[in-house]
Design a protein around this ligand. Structure first.
Ligand SMILES: [Cu+2]
Length: 193
């Protein structure tokens, strides 16, 4: 429609100069509006993606002991979504390796742990708890000691939710929450390289 109008008036450039400019302005304006609308939809898509269904709470990591460069980190992972998600891996810029472990009691009463090969499932509308004596993040090859009051940065990788960064406070339990010290200690961690 605009194009037609433009052609019609372009016959007499001089006299229709004012009109042309106005039409051009409308075209430019329209292009701008379309650009803004496009940007809006892109932003909306990004926002929707950012609005993760995964929420992390009560995260904490145990201070390292002596010269040990390994520790365990715990947290609760909630999934508000309608589909199961899976914590597939984790990493930290301060550690060589982070594994997702589960702790199991053998028949003869020995606590052992092994990596969860297929990750940790966080059920839809439910939660997965990483806590002493159960599943945990095994942090290995730390650059330095982890002392109480410090923070360990972790990046969790979920199958659906993607990467989620967590600043894990170093202490004896969830910051500001109930201390799970005592029976909670996991001596088996010291055997890690
Ligand atoms: Cu472990």
């Amino acid at each position: 429609m605009l194009r037609q109008a433009k052609a019609q008036y372009s016959a007499d450039w001089e006299t229709n100069m004012g009109r042309m400019t106005r039409l051009r302005l409308i075209e430019v304006g329209l292009a701008l509006v379309l650009t803004v609308v496009a940007c809006f939809f892109v932003a909306l898509a990004v926002w929707a993606e950012d609005r993760s269904e995964i929420a992390i709470s009560g995260a904490w990591a145990r201070p390292t002991i002596g010269e040990g460069r390994a520790t365990a980190a715990y947290m609760t992972i909630e999934n508000a979504g309608s589909a199961d998600d899976v914590l597939v891996s984790a990493k930290s810029p301060q550690a060589a390796r982070v594994e997702i472990h589960e702790t199991k009691m053998t028949d003869d009463g020995v606590m052992t742990m092994r990596p969860l090969a297929s990750g940790l499932t966080v059920p839809a509308g439910g939660a997965a708890s990483l806590k002493p004596g159960g599943a945990h993040m095994m942090v290995m090859g730390l650059e330095g000691k982890l002392t109480e009051g410090g923070v360990l940065p972790l990046t969790l990788e979920f199958k659906n939710a993607g990467a989620i960064d967590v600043s894990v406070p170093v202490g004896q339990g969830p910051a500001g929450g109930a201390q799970t010290n005592g029976t909670a200690s996991e001596p088996e961690h010291h055997s890690h390289p």
